[in-house]
Design a protein around this ligand. Structure first.
Ligand code: FAD
Ligand code: EPU
Length: 337
Protein backbone atom coordinates (compact mmCIF):
# COMPACT_ATOMS: atom_id res chain seq x y z
CA UNK A 1 0.00 0.00 0.00
CA UNK A 2 1.48 3.30 -1.14
CA UNK A 3 0.17 6.20 0.95
CA UNK A 4 1.04 9.49 -0.73
CA UNK A 5 1.07 12.93 0.90
CA UNK A 6 -0.25 16.32 -0.25
CA UNK A 7 -1.78 15.11 -3.49
CA UNK A 8 -3.81 17.43 -5.73
CA UNK A 9 -7.32 16.05 -6.23
CA UNK A 10 -7.85 18.03 -9.45
CA UNK A 11 -7.55 14.96 -11.73
CA UNK A 12 -9.88 13.03 -9.44
CA UNK A 13 -13.03 15.21 -9.48
CA UNK A 14 -15.12 16.07 -12.55
CA UNK A 15 -15.59 19.68 -11.40
CA UNK A 16 -11.80 19.90 -11.82
CA UNK A 17 -11.39 21.74 -8.51
CA UNK A 18 -7.77 22.00 -7.37
CA UNK A 19 -7.79 21.03 -3.69
CA UNK A 20 -5.36 18.76 -1.90
CA UNK A 21 -5.59 15.56 0.12
CA UNK A 22 -3.21 15.38 3.09
CA UNK A 23 -2.97 11.61 2.54
CA UNK A 24 -4.06 9.66 -0.55
CA UNK A 25 -4.09 5.95 -1.30
CA UNK A 26 -5.41 3.75 -4.11
CA UNK A 27 -7.22 0.63 -2.87
CA UNK A 28 -7.06 -2.24 -5.35
CA UNK A 29 -8.36 -4.96 -3.00
CA UNK A 30 -10.45 -5.42 0.13
CA UNK A 31 -7.20 -5.97 2.03
CA UNK A 32 -5.94 -2.55 0.81
CA UNK A 33 -9.15 -0.94 2.09
CA UNK A 34 -8.75 -2.57 5.50
CA UNK A 35 -5.09 -1.53 5.76
CA UNK A 36 -5.98 2.04 4.78
CA UNK A 37 -8.80 2.17 7.35
CA UNK A 38 -6.41 0.81 9.97
CA UNK A 39 -3.80 3.46 9.09
CA UNK A 40 -6.42 6.22 9.40
CA UNK A 41 -7.59 4.91 12.76
CA UNK A 42 -4.05 4.70 14.17
CA UNK A 43 -3.20 8.17 12.80
CA UNK A 44 -6.51 9.60 14.03
CA UNK A 45 -7.34 10.82 10.52
CA UNK A 46 -10.78 11.42 9.00
CA UNK A 47 -11.48 9.29 5.93
CA UNK A 48 -12.96 10.13 2.57
CA UNK A 49 -13.93 7.36 0.14
CA UNK A 50 -13.47 8.49 -3.46
CA UNK A 51 -14.89 6.86 -6.56
CA UNK A 52 -14.74 8.78 -9.84
CA UNK A 53 -15.30 12.14 -8.11
CA UNK A 54 -18.30 12.91 -10.34
CA UNK A 55 -20.73 13.79 -7.54
CA UNK A 56 -18.57 15.82 -5.16
CA UNK A 57 -17.74 19.50 -4.70
CA UNK A 58 -14.40 20.17 -3.03
CA UNK A 59 -14.65 23.42 -1.08
CA UNK A 60 -11.41 22.99 0.87
CA UNK A 61 -8.23 20.93 1.20
CA UNK A 62 -8.96 17.60 2.88
CA UNK A 63 -7.04 17.08 6.10
CA UNK A 64 -7.87 13.40 5.75
CA UNK A 65 -6.94 10.09 4.18
CA UNK A 66 -8.59 9.85 0.78
CA UNK A 67 -9.10 6.22 -0.25
CA UNK A 68 -9.60 5.99 -4.00
CA UNK A 69 -11.54 2.83 -4.85
CA UNK A 70 -9.83 0.77 -7.56
CA UNK A 71 -11.14 -2.74 -6.89
CA UNK A 72 -11.87 -4.19 -10.32
CA UNK A 73 -13.46 -7.35 -11.73
CA UNK A 74 -16.73 -8.35 -13.38
CA UNK A 75 -17.81 -11.97 -12.99
CA UNK A 76 -20.92 -14.14 -13.21
CA UNK A 77 -21.66 -15.70 -9.82
CA UNK A 78 -24.92 -17.46 -10.69
CA UNK A 79 -27.83 -17.65 -13.07
CA UNK A 80 -31.29 -19.09 -13.56
CA UNK A 81 -33.67 -19.31 -16.51
CA UNK A 82 -34.41 -15.57 -16.46
CA UNK A 83 -31.49 -13.82 -14.81
CA UNK A 84 -27.72 -13.58 -14.60
CA UNK A 85 -26.13 -12.53 -11.30
CA UNK A 86 -23.01 -10.46 -11.87
CA UNK A 87 -20.54 -9.37 -9.19
CA UNK A 88 -18.69 -6.15 -9.94
CA UNK A 89 -15.76 -4.53 -8.13
CA UNK A 90 -16.48 -1.09 -6.64
CA UNK A 91 -13.73 0.58 -8.66
CA UNK A 92 -15.03 -0.52 -12.08
CA UNK A 93 -16.15 2.35 -14.27
CA UNK A 94 -19.96 2.40 -14.40
CA UNK A 95 -20.28 2.92 -18.16
CA UNK A 96 -17.69 0.21 -18.92
CA UNK A 97 -19.87 -2.17 -16.89
CA UNK A 98 -23.00 -1.08 -18.80
CA UNK A 99 -21.23 -1.72 -22.13
CA UNK A 100 -20.09 -5.14 -20.84
CA UNK A 101 -23.74 -5.98 -20.06
CA UNK A 102 -24.82 -4.97 -23.56
CA UNK A 103 -22.04 -7.00 -25.23
CA UNK A 104 -23.18 -10.06 -23.25
CA UNK A 105 -26.89 -9.45 -23.91
CA UNK A 106 -27.65 -8.90 -20.23
CA UNK A 107 -30.56 -6.46 -20.05
CA UNK A 108 -31.47 -3.85 -17.46
CA UNK A 109 -28.59 -1.36 -17.33
CA UNK A 110 -28.89 0.12 -20.86
CA UNK A 111 -30.93 3.20 -19.86
CA UNK A 112 -28.15 4.04 -17.40
CA UNK A 113 -25.52 4.36 -20.14
CA UNK A 114 -22.85 7.05 -19.88
CA UNK A 115 -23.44 7.98 -16.23
CA UNK A 116 -19.96 8.94 -14.98
CA UNK A 117 -18.36 7.38 -11.91
CA UNK A 118 -17.77 3.99 -10.38
CA UNK A 119 -19.92 0.94 -9.68
CA UNK A 120 -19.23 1.25 -5.93
CA UNK A 121 -20.85 4.71 -5.82
CA UNK A 122 -23.92 3.64 -7.80
CA UNK A 123 -25.95 2.47 -4.76
CA UNK A 124 -24.99 5.59 -2.75
CA UNK A 125 -27.64 7.69 -4.48
CA UNK A 126 -29.40 4.89 -6.36
CA UNK A 127 -28.29 6.39 -9.68
CA UNK A 128 -31.03 6.88 -12.21
CA UNK A 129 -31.71 8.13 -15.71
CA UNK A 130 -34.25 7.76 -18.50
CA UNK A 131 -36.88 6.00 -16.39
CA UNK A 132 -34.62 3.44 -14.65
CA UNK A 133 -32.81 3.40 -11.30
CA UNK A 134 -30.19 0.89 -10.18
CA UNK A 135 -32.55 -0.45 -7.51
CA UNK A 136 -34.30 -2.26 -10.40
CA UNK A 137 -31.20 -4.35 -11.19
CA UNK A 138 -29.63 -4.35 -7.73
CA UNK A 139 -29.26 -7.69 -5.94
CA UNK A 140 -26.91 -7.00 -3.01
CA UNK A 141 -23.64 -5.39 -2.05
CA UNK A 142 -20.67 -6.10 0.16
CA UNK A 143 -19.23 -3.39 2.35
CA UNK A 144 -16.57 -3.06 5.03
CA UNK A 145 -17.57 -1.46 8.31
CA UNK A 146 -15.21 1.51 8.67
CA UNK A 147 -14.97 1.06 12.41
CA UNK A 148 -14.84 -2.71 12.99
CA UNK A 149 -13.40 -3.68 9.55
CA UNK A 150 -16.02 -6.45 9.36
CA UNK A 151 -17.62 -7.31 6.03
CA UNK A 152 -21.40 -6.95 5.77
CA UNK A 153 -23.83 -7.93 3.04
CA UNK A 154 -26.72 -5.58 2.24
CA UNK A 155 -29.69 -6.87 0.28
CA UNK A 156 -31.95 -4.49 -1.65
CA UNK A 157 -34.37 -4.17 1.29
CA UNK A 158 -31.52 -3.04 3.60
CA UNK A 159 -30.45 -0.16 1.36
CA UNK A 160 -33.41 2.23 1.74
CA UNK A 161 -33.30 3.19 -1.92
CA UNK A 162 -35.26 6.29 -2.94
CA UNK A 163 -34.95 9.02 -5.56
CA UNK A 164 -31.19 9.87 -5.50
CA UNK A 165 -31.10 8.39 -2.01
CA UNK A 166 -30.08 5.40 0.11
CA UNK A 167 -29.37 4.42 3.71
CA UNK A 168 -25.68 5.16 2.99
CA UNK A 169 -26.49 8.89 2.71
CA UNK A 170 -28.65 8.82 5.86
CA UNK A 171 -28.56 6.49 8.89
CA UNK A 172 -25.38 4.74 7.73
CA UNK A 173 -23.59 7.82 6.38
CA UNK A 174 -19.77 7.49 6.52
CA UNK A 175 -20.00 4.04 8.11
CA UNK A 176 -19.29 1.62 5.24
CA UNK A 177 -16.96 1.20 2.28
CA UNK A 178 -18.73 -0.56 -0.57
CA UNK A 179 -16.33 -3.06 -2.16
CA UNK A 180 -18.57 -5.11 -4.50
CA UNK A 181 -22.04 -4.81 -5.98
CA UNK A 182 -24.08 -7.74 -7.29
CA UNK A 183 -26.56 -7.03 -10.05
CA UNK A 184 -29.34 -9.22 -11.42
CA UNK A 185 -29.65 -8.74 -15.15
CA UNK A 186 -32.34 -10.11 -17.42
CA UNK A 187 -31.81 -12.65 -20.18
CA UNK A 188 -34.99 -11.43 -21.92
CA UNK A 189 -35.06 -7.64 -22.18
CA UNK A 190 -37.89 -5.42 -20.99
CA UNK A 191 -37.49 -2.16 -22.89
CA UNK A 192 -38.01 1.19 -21.11
CA UNK A 193 -38.68 3.72 -23.84
CA UNK A 194 -41.37 5.91 -22.30
CA UNK A 195 -39.09 8.53 -20.78
CA UNK A 196 -38.14 11.74 -22.54
CA UNK A 197 -37.16 11.51 -26.16
CA UNK A 198 -35.95 7.89 -26.34
CA UNK A 199 -38.64 6.76 -28.83
CA UNK A 200 -38.14 9.82 -31.00
CA UNK A 201 -34.35 9.39 -30.99
CA UNK A 202 -34.71 5.71 -31.98
CA UNK A 203 -36.95 6.79 -34.88
CA UNK A 204 -34.43 9.40 -35.97
CA UNK A 205 -31.75 6.68 -35.84
CA UNK A 206 -33.92 4.60 -38.19
CA UNK A 207 -34.38 1.82 -35.62
CA UNK A 208 -37.43 -0.38 -36.40
CA UNK A 209 -36.82 -3.15 -33.84
CA UNK A 210 -35.50 -1.93 -30.49
CA UNK A 211 -32.65 -3.72 -28.72
CA UNK A 212 -30.67 -2.95 -25.57
CA UNK A 213 -27.75 -1.83 -27.78
CA UNK A 214 -29.96 0.64 -29.68
CA UNK A 215 -31.49 1.99 -26.46
CA UNK A 216 -28.00 2.51 -25.04
CA UNK A 217 -26.96 4.36 -28.20
CA UNK A 218 -30.10 6.55 -28.08
CA UNK A 219 -29.52 7.38 -24.40
CA UNK A 220 -25.86 8.23 -25.13
CA UNK A 221 -26.94 10.50 -27.98
CA UNK A 222 -29.52 12.33 -25.84
CA UNK A 223 -27.12 12.74 -22.94
CA UNK A 224 -24.35 14.08 -25.17
CA UNK A 225 -26.74 16.64 -26.64
CA UNK A 226 -27.93 17.86 -23.22
CA UNK A 227 -25.13 17.57 -20.68
CA UNK A 228 -21.69 19.19 -20.78
CA UNK A 229 -18.78 16.74 -20.99
CA UNK A 230 -16.74 17.12 -17.76
CA UNK A 231 -13.55 16.61 -19.81
CA UNK A 232 -14.40 19.89 -21.58
CA UNK A 233 -16.25 21.87 -18.88
CA UNK A 234 -15.98 20.90 -15.22
CA UNK A 235 -19.30 19.83 -13.68
CA UNK A 236 -20.95 17.17 -11.52
CA UNK A 237 -24.17 16.62 -13.48
CA UNK A 238 -27.39 17.86 -11.86
CA UNK A 239 -26.39 20.03 -8.93
CA UNK A 240 -29.83 19.83 -7.26
CA UNK A 241 -32.49 17.12 -7.05
CA UNK A 242 -35.82 17.67 -8.76
CA UNK A 243 -38.32 18.65 -6.04
CA UNK A 244 -41.68 16.96 -5.50
CA UNK A 245 -44.35 19.30 -4.08
CA UNK A 246 -47.79 18.47 -2.58
CA UNK A 247 -50.71 18.39 -5.07
CA UNK A 248 -52.53 21.45 -3.60
CA UNK A 249 -49.33 23.52 -3.54
CA UNK A 250 -48.81 22.63 -7.19
CA UNK A 251 -52.33 23.81 -8.10
CA UNK A 252 -51.56 27.24 -6.58
CA UNK A 253 -48.25 27.42 -8.49
CA UNK A 254 -49.98 26.49 -11.74
CA UNK A 255 -52.35 29.44 -11.38
CA UNK A 256 -49.34 31.79 -11.28
CA UNK A 257 -47.32 29.86 -13.90
CA UNK A 258 -49.73 28.00 -16.23
CA UNK A 259 -46.81 26.75 -18.37
CA UNK A 260 -45.02 25.01 -15.47
CA UNK A 261 -43.82 21.51 -16.48
CA UNK A 262 -44.97 18.81 -14.07
CA UNK A 263 -44.66 15.06 -13.52
CA UNK A 264 -47.16 13.67 -10.99
CA UNK A 265 -46.02 10.77 -8.80
CA UNK A 266 -47.35 9.01 -5.68
CA UNK A 267 -45.97 11.63 -3.29
CA UNK A 268 -47.10 14.72 -5.21
CA UNK A 269 -45.93 16.53 -8.33
CA UNK A 270 -42.31 16.55 -9.49
CA UNK A 271 -41.20 19.87 -10.97
CA UNK A 272 -37.96 20.10 -12.98
CA UNK A 273 -35.43 22.11 -10.96
CA UNK A 274 -33.97 23.17 -14.33
CA UNK A 275 -37.22 25.02 -15.09
CA UNK A 276 -37.33 26.73 -11.68
CA UNK A 277 -33.69 27.86 -12.01
CA UNK A 278 -34.23 29.09 -15.56
CA UNK A 279 -37.39 31.00 -14.55
CA UNK A 280 -35.47 32.57 -11.66
CA UNK A 281 -33.12 34.03 -14.27
CA UNK A 282 -29.95 31.97 -13.74
CA UNK A 283 -29.65 30.04 -17.01
CA UNK A 284 -26.33 30.75 -18.76
CA UNK A 285 -25.15 33.24 -16.10
CA UNK A 286 -21.36 33.37 -15.78
CA UNK A 287 -19.42 34.68 -12.80
CA UNK A 288 -15.75 34.84 -13.72
CA UNK A 289 -14.57 31.20 -13.87
CA UNK A 290 -17.82 29.53 -12.80
CA UNK A 291 -21.44 29.64 -13.85
CA UNK A 292 -24.79 28.07 -14.67
CA UNK A 293 -24.72 26.03 -17.86
CA UNK A 294 -26.24 27.71 -20.91
CA UNK A 295 -28.32 24.71 -22.07
CA UNK A 296 -29.00 22.91 -18.80
CA UNK A 297 -29.36 25.28 -15.81
CA UNK A 298 -29.43 22.40 -13.35
CA UNK A 299 -25.72 21.95 -14.05
CA UNK A 300 -23.27 24.34 -12.37
CA UNK A 301 -19.96 24.56 -14.16
CA UNK A 302 -16.28 25.35 -13.66
CA UNK A 303 -14.86 26.87 -16.84
CA UNK A 304 -11.32 26.33 -15.48
CA UNK A 305 -9.58 27.51 -12.33
CA UNK A 306 -12.86 28.02 -10.47
CA UNK A 307 -13.07 27.61 -6.71
CA UNK A 308 -15.32 25.04 -5.02
CA UNK A 309 -16.29 27.47 -2.27
CA UNK A 310 -17.49 29.99 -4.89
CA UNK A 311 -19.59 27.27 -6.54
CA UNK A 312 -21.11 26.50 -3.14
CA UNK A 313 -21.94 30.20 -2.63
CA UNK A 314 -23.48 30.37 -6.12
CA UNK A 315 -25.60 27.29 -5.36
CA UNK A 316 -26.84 28.97 -2.15
CA UNK A 317 -27.82 32.12 -4.06
CA UNK A 318 -29.74 30.00 -6.57
CA UNK A 319 -31.44 28.15 -3.70
CA UNK A 320 -32.47 31.44 -2.05
CA UNK A 321 -33.85 32.99 -5.22
CA UNK A 322 -35.87 29.87 -6.14
CA UNK A 323 -37.20 29.72 -2.58
CA UNK A 324 -38.17 33.39 -2.68
CA UNK A 325 -39.89 33.19 -6.08
CA UNK A 326 -41.60 29.80 -5.83
CA UNK A 327 -41.55 28.83 -2.14
CA UNK A 328 -39.62 25.65 -3.04
CA UNK A 329 -36.34 24.71 -1.33
CA UNK A 330 -33.98 22.90 -3.72
CA UNK A 331 -31.84 20.19 -2.14
CA UNK A 332 -28.32 19.61 -3.51
CA UNK A 333 -27.61 16.25 -5.13
CA UNK A 334 -23.86 16.89 -5.07
CA UNK A 335 -21.90 15.96 -1.91
CA UNK A 336 -20.06 18.97 -0.41
CA UNK A 337 -16.65 18.46 1.11
P1 FAD B 1 -17.89 10.06 -6.12
O1 FAD B 1 -18.26 11.40 -6.65
O2 FAD B 1 -16.45 9.71 -6.06
O3 FAD B 1 -18.53 9.88 -4.68
C1 FAD B 1 -19.87 10.21 -4.44
C2 FAD B 1 -20.22 9.82 -2.98
O4 FAD B 1 -20.19 8.40 -2.84
C3 FAD B 1 -19.22 10.36 -1.97
O5 FAD B 1 -19.92 10.66 -0.79
C4 FAD B 1 -18.27 9.18 -1.74
O6 FAD B 1 -17.65 9.19 -0.47
C5 FAD B 1 -19.23 8.01 -1.87
N1 FAD B 1 -18.60 6.78 -2.37
C6 FAD B 1 -18.06 6.59 -3.59
N2 FAD B 1 -17.63 5.32 -3.73
C7 FAD B 1 -17.90 4.69 -2.55
C8 FAD B 1 -17.70 3.37 -2.07
N3 FAD B 1 -17.14 2.41 -2.83
N4 FAD B 1 -18.09 3.08 -0.80
C9 FAD B 1 -18.66 4.03 -0.03
N5 FAD B 1 -18.88 5.30 -0.43
C10 FAD B 1 -18.51 5.63 -1.69
N6 FAD B 1 -26.15 10.64 -11.46
C11 FAD B 1 -27.32 10.01 -11.70
O7 FAD B 1 -27.89 9.38 -10.79
N7 FAD B 1 -27.92 10.06 -12.92
C12 FAD B 1 -27.38 10.72 -13.95
O8 FAD B 1 -27.94 10.73 -15.05
C13 FAD B 1 -26.14 11.39 -13.75
N8 FAD B 1 -25.56 12.08 -14.76
C14 FAD B 1 -24.38 12.72 -14.54
C15 FAD B 1 -23.78 13.41 -15.61
C16 FAD B 1 -22.57 14.07 -15.45
C17 FAD B 1 -21.96 14.80 -16.60
C18 FAD B 1 -21.92 14.01 -14.19
C19 FAD B 1 -20.58 14.66 -14.00
C20 FAD B 1 -22.50 13.33 -13.12
C21 FAD B 1 -23.74 12.69 -13.29
N9 FAD B 1 -24.37 11.99 -12.24
C22 FAD B 1 -25.55 11.32 -12.46
C23 FAD B 1 -23.76 11.96 -10.89
C24 FAD B 1 -22.68 10.86 -10.73
O9 FAD B 1 -22.29 10.36 -11.97
C25 FAD B 1 -23.20 9.71 -9.87
O10 FAD B 1 -23.60 10.18 -8.60
C26 FAD B 1 -22.13 8.63 -9.66
O11 FAD B 1 -22.70 7.49 -9.08
C27 FAD B 1 -20.96 9.11 -8.79
O12 FAD B 1 -19.96 8.12 -8.84
P2 FAD B 1 -18.48 8.43 -8.41
O13 FAD B 1 -17.74 7.15 -8.42
O14 FAD B 1 -17.91 9.51 -9.25
O15 FAD B 1 -18.69 8.93 -6.93
N1 EPU C 1 -35.81 22.30 -18.52
C1 EPU C 1 -35.98 23.67 -18.54
N2 EPU C 1 -34.95 24.41 -19.03
C2 EPU C 1 -33.80 23.86 -19.51
C3 EPU C 1 -33.64 22.46 -19.47
C4 EPU C 1 -34.68 21.69 -18.96
O1 EPU C 1 -37.01 24.21 -18.15
O2 EPU C 1 -32.94 24.61 -19.95
C5 EPU C 1 -36.93 21.49 -17.99
C6 EPU C 1 -37.82 20.97 -19.11
O3 EPU C 1 -39.16 21.05 -18.68
C7 EPU C 1 -37.40 19.51 -19.23
C8 EPU C 1 -37.09 19.19 -17.78
O4 EPU C 1 -36.44 20.37 -17.29
O5 EPU C 1 -38.45 18.71 -19.70
C9 EPU C 1 -36.24 17.97 -17.54
O6 EPU C 1 -34.97 18.14 -18.15
P1 EPU C 1 -34.06 16.87 -18.49
O7 EPU C 1 -34.81 15.87 -19.27
O8 EPU C 1 -32.78 17.39 -19.06
O9 EPU C 1 -33.82 16.20 -17.09
P2 EPU C 1 -33.42 16.77 -15.67
O10 EPU C 1 -34.62 16.77 -14.79
O11 EPU C 1 -32.69 18.06 -15.80
C10 EPU C 1 -32.88 14.41 -14.68
C11 EPU C 1 -31.81 13.89 -13.79
C12 EPU C 1 -30.56 13.58 -14.61
C13 EPU C 1 -30.91 12.49 -15.61
C14 EPU C 1 -32.04 13.00 -16.51
C15 EPU C 1 -32.55 11.91 -17.42
C16 EPU C 1 -32.14 14.76 -11.57
C17 EPU C 1 -31.73 15.77 -10.55
N3 EPU C 1 -31.52 14.84 -12.74
O12 EPU C 1 -32.40 15.65 -15.20
O13 EPU C 1 -29.57 13.08 -13.73
O14 EPU C 1 -29.79 12.16 -16.41
O15 EPU C 1 -33.15 13.46 -15.71
O16 EPU C 1 -33.22 10.95 -16.65
O17 EPU C 1 -33.01 13.94 -11.29
C18 EPU C 1 -27.77 13.70 -12.31
O18 EPU C 1 -28.41 13.19 -11.39
O19 EPU C 1 -26.63 14.22 -12.15
C19 EPU C 1 -28.35 13.74 -13.64
C20 EPU C 1 -27.75 14.31 -14.69
Amino acid sequence: MNIQENISLQPFNTFGIDKKAKFFVKAKSEEDVKQALDFAKKSNLPIFILGGGSNILLTKDLDALVIKMEITGIKIIGENEDEVFVEVGAGENWHTFVLHCIENDWAGAENLSLIPGTVGASPMQNIGAYGVEIKEIFQSLQAINRDTLEMKVFNAGDCGFGYRDSVFKNDLKNQFVITKVIFSLKKKPVFHMEYGSIKQTLEEMGVKTPSIAFISKAVIQIRQSKLPDPKVIGNAGSFFKNPTVPFDFFETLKKAYPEIPSFPNEQGVKIPAAWLIEKAGWKGKTFDKIGVHKNQPLVLVNYGGGDGHDIKLLSEKIQQSVLQQFGILLHPEVNFL
